[in-house]
Design a protein around this ligand. Sequence first.
Ligand SMILES: [Mg+2]
Length: 221
Amino acid sequence: MAIRGVAFDLDETLAVPSRDRTTLLGEAVALAGGPPITREEYLDAHRKNLTQQTREPIFADLLTQYEESQADAKSLADAYRQVVTKSLSPVGGSAALIEELKTDYRVGLLTNGPIDAQRAKLEHLGWTELFHAALVTGELPAGKPDSAAFEALLSALGTNANETVYVGDTPLDDIEGATEAGLFAVQVRFEDGPDRDPRADAYIDRDRLALELPGLLASID
Ligand SMILES: [Mg+2]
């Protein structure tokens, strides 16, 4: 069946932070006077809070591990949102790529995270109207890799799973999630990024995404 839809992950696929996320977390914690939360602790708490309005429940979970801390979850969430949002830049040529793809495909975005955090990133990038459909899992019943998240994406695009390609970097959330839901999966690769996932249908270097994705989609077609 011909490919009619293509959808993207956001973080590390179409947009990258100027500093590593451990540094950004440290900057936010310093701004809000928080305890020494590690990146691993943050990721564990994030994974348990994929369908929230803000990052406040993530930091509230984290603060239960640091009972002596006087910091509050809302200040930490606000500081982290500001630091992360400001640090974000689009992958080279990605906006033009999306515009180009929209002439031939239904084009979507499906990103894991709280509503305010992810919508602020799209606004910062100037991408609120870029996609035919942009879904944030905070607005959905479940986050990636749950099939319900991909089903919501397909429903918003109006395409079937077997005619839709999902492009993302993370093995569990993006590649397993998409392929388990019946979509094709293209894994975006970059230096120091996640390992190559054998379940992906194809691979692409992030630096060459804008240049090579249209041809790659035509070959899956
Ligand atoms: Mg990602």
